[in-house]
Design a binder for this molecule. Sequence first.
Ligand code: GRF
Length: 200
Amino acid sequence: KNLGILLSGRGSNFEAIADNVAAGKIPAQISVVISNRADAGGIESAKRRGLNALVIPSKGVPREEHDRRVVKALQDHGVDLICLAGYMRLLSPWFVQQFPRRILNIHPSLLPAFPGLEASKQAFDYGVKVSGCTVHFVDEHLDHGDIIVQKVVPVLDNDDDHTLAARILEQEHIAYSEAVRIVLSDSFKVVGRRVVATAQ
Ligand code: GRF
């Protein structure tokens, strides 16, 4: 199976997935890494790893045009499963419809709490005692869709929003590969809104 990664920034979640692919812990290959920003650290990292790395700029480009270019690049590389890894754009309904149940996203909170930007800071500022991360199928709404994996991270008394975000990020790196394995295995069912792994 072929993975396509979409990112906009440093790309640590992409790197965690790439490490697990290289270690044979995910039965797939990364066929393309696409960024909408030329300065994304994740693109440099993808090049260093010898992967196909594309910049498809979004700035100043109409949304439909940009989406069409990205979808075409994913199709040209035979992508079976798309991982949004810090991709700072909302996909259009048309984009989502091209890949039904084939797009995953990771979000640094226990959804449905704290969707949107700076989720771990939102959670910290709210005063919650636990937060975490969520990997979910992508639908046309922001940070929304059937949940595949969640990891709980306690908020420690001496945390600030940065230390909390760093501990959540460690769990993101574990959670994303777990979710990719579940989806690639095709051994899952969706019970209500919850993705449940079934025996293989
Ligand atoms: C992560 O916190 C992810 O949950 C969110 O954006 C951040 C991306 O970090 N969607 P990185 O680029 O993977 O390091």
